[in-house]
Design a binder for this molecule. Sequence first.
Ligand code: ADP
Ligand code: MG
Length: 324
Amino acid sequence: MKNVPLLKVHQLHLDFIKDQKLTRVLNGLSFELHERQSLVLLGESGSGKSVTLRALLRLYEEKNIAISGEIIFNGKNVLELNKKELIDYRGKSVSMVFQESGAAFDPVYNIGYQIVEMIRAHESISYQDAKKRALDLLDMVKIPQAKQRFKAYPHELSGGMRQRAMIALALACHPKILLADEPTTALDATVQMQILLLLKELQKELNMALIFVTHDIGAATELADQIAVMYAGRIVEKAQLNTILASPLHPYTDGLFNSVVTFESKGKSLLAISGSPPRMGENIKGCSFAKRCSYVNKQCELVAPDLLLVEQAQVACWNPLVRD
Ligand SMILES: Nc1ncnc2c1ncn2[C@@H]1O[C@H](COP(=O)(O)OP(=O)(O)O)[C@@H](O)[C@H]1O
Ligand SMILES: [Mg+2]
């Protein structure tokens, strides 16, 4: 049983439907997540990271999307769960920390009440017991003076404290997988780092798996066991962190890593990737990165490459970079 992944996503496609028109946003994502593992989805804004996480939780109304493929959790396809199963799945199996706490907290109730309600929505437990757990959770995410903060309204907390409270809310029902959608982007650099370290610590302590979404390579390297690089609704490269850092194979991954100022690269000229990603829904025959790629050839413009194993990584490229 050990090798059975906790979550297996296979050929996930998602289109948004508007005015009877379909716009494809996710184009055949496949990945696996094992217990206690962390996977970072890394990509520029608009590449489909948030949509992926929302799709994993089935947060979209069915009438607004066309979705196909499989999301297998605990032997069941999440896309086929009924309403009751879905309630258990969200929160108890998989839960999410959002970029802004407004997506999780209602401004008119205090945070303690909302954590208690989350627990009581999933478990038959007394108010007192749920309150005790909520206080423990606030302690666990290192919110000082948890008893007083329990009564605070979301707007009364600083940005960093609000994110901590949202993490507490996400942990309320002991999820097996925590999804985090750029949870530190709106914070100051030092607070960002504190929250990243907290997530890392909690993941270990609570034996959770983590899917962390970011455009920030620093955050990705801090948290990832495995990185999947997303571009225009596809995974273009996927590998263990060290493998991908040592030798990115996809020209896009290479460009991304080269466009970051690191200690080592200071003083060298930065190679930004010229051009911009295709518009979603644009009908592209070949590789969606072809227009921006320095290594492009005829085949790239004709056929979209699948994700294939090359050495220790998977890469979707007809012309992966070769290292010596
Ligand atoms: N509810 C929606 N309806 C229609 N299009 C959407 C919706 N949400 C996101 N999109 C589009 O899907 C694409 C991917 O978005 P998103 O996953 O939010 O990107 P990011 O990688 O920045 O998180 C974008 O082109 C975005 O405009
Ligand atoms: Mg996003």
